[in-house]
Design a protein around this ligand. Sequence first.
Ligand SMILES: Cc1cc2nc3c(=O)[nH]c(=O)nc-3n(C[C@H](O)[C@H](O)[C@H](O)COP(=O)(O)O)c2cc1C
Length: 320
Amino acid sequence: MSWVTEFRALEDDCRRAPSAHNTQPWTLRYGDDDIRVHWDPARSLPDSDPTRRDLFLSLGAFIETCLIVAAGAGLPVSCDVAVDQASLRAARLVPAPAVYDTPFTLASVRQRGCARGGYAPGVLDAGTLTALTALGADLRQVPSRSLVGPLASADRWMFGTPEVVAELREWMRLSPRHPRYALDGLTDKAMAMSRVEAAGLAAMIAPRAYRVTRHLGTPALLAAASKGLLRYDGSVLVLVGSAVTPESVIEHGRALVRVWLALSERGLAVHPLSQLLDCTATGTALAATLDLAPDESPLAVFRTGRPLRPAPRSARIPAR
Ligand SMILES: Cc1cc2nc3c(=O)[nH]c(=O)nc-3n(C[C@H](O)[C@H](O)[C@H](O)COP(=O)(O)O)c2cc1C
């Protein structure tokens, strides 16, 4: 059996990779002796992610997950990251002289997830931060309380921007009756919402209601719902780096998933808060606090800590 056929049997595990709004933008094209990683533009977020930072981070997370899964099965596979905008190709997976050298296992890939509920107080210790940095990620630790105000501003911007809300609406699955509930997007469970909260949110952002209530305080009301999220003594980590090419963002996405896997192996969860970067005002203000080199920018922001409840299992499209 060729390595390509063997890898194909592992695709469902590769698909456990994280992606913004759980759009799972990747598509795999199987050749005789290579596997090409493309992306589906219908699964990108042109209004929420106009620079495609999250798209390429997600593709990087997927590529790294593919390599870890292949290594777990003893398949010697490496990746050749080269973005071709014309054919929407991000990388090729190719045969390698040796199995990919990674500390992570299939079990870590299967166990990882985002937890958006409460976290126990406590900041990340210096040893863990050093171990994460050794995975190739430049991380800056910020006290969670310092971002309470910026998160409220970023949420008001997010819920007050019709195009961004439209994409949220498209990718949120706020009831188990949604036809794509088990396949993709953000479910009520994944967002740690009760049935009542999910129904309330669905009603507030329904197109007709939102057109009217957007001017009557709905964004402030929705932003208020996440007010308590950072009001405890916890850690927010910011991944920073140079992101001058799509390839460099993909490399940062690979490092990001390594960090999330390492945290998960320590019983620590993550909750990304990308709106802090997407909102220009809060993104610029945050960058100014980070002592960055001229070509560097913040690429991902997430709180991390010991979750009060385990991360729920998110939906995935099965491999065909
Ligand atoms: C680049 C990137 C950005 C993300 N941004 C956010 C975010 O702003 N808010 C959030 O709640 N989750 C965010 N996520 C997490 C995804 O929603 C999550 O990975 C996806 O729903 C799949 O769930 P899982 O990671 O639990 O498997 C982001 C993930 C990635 C890879």
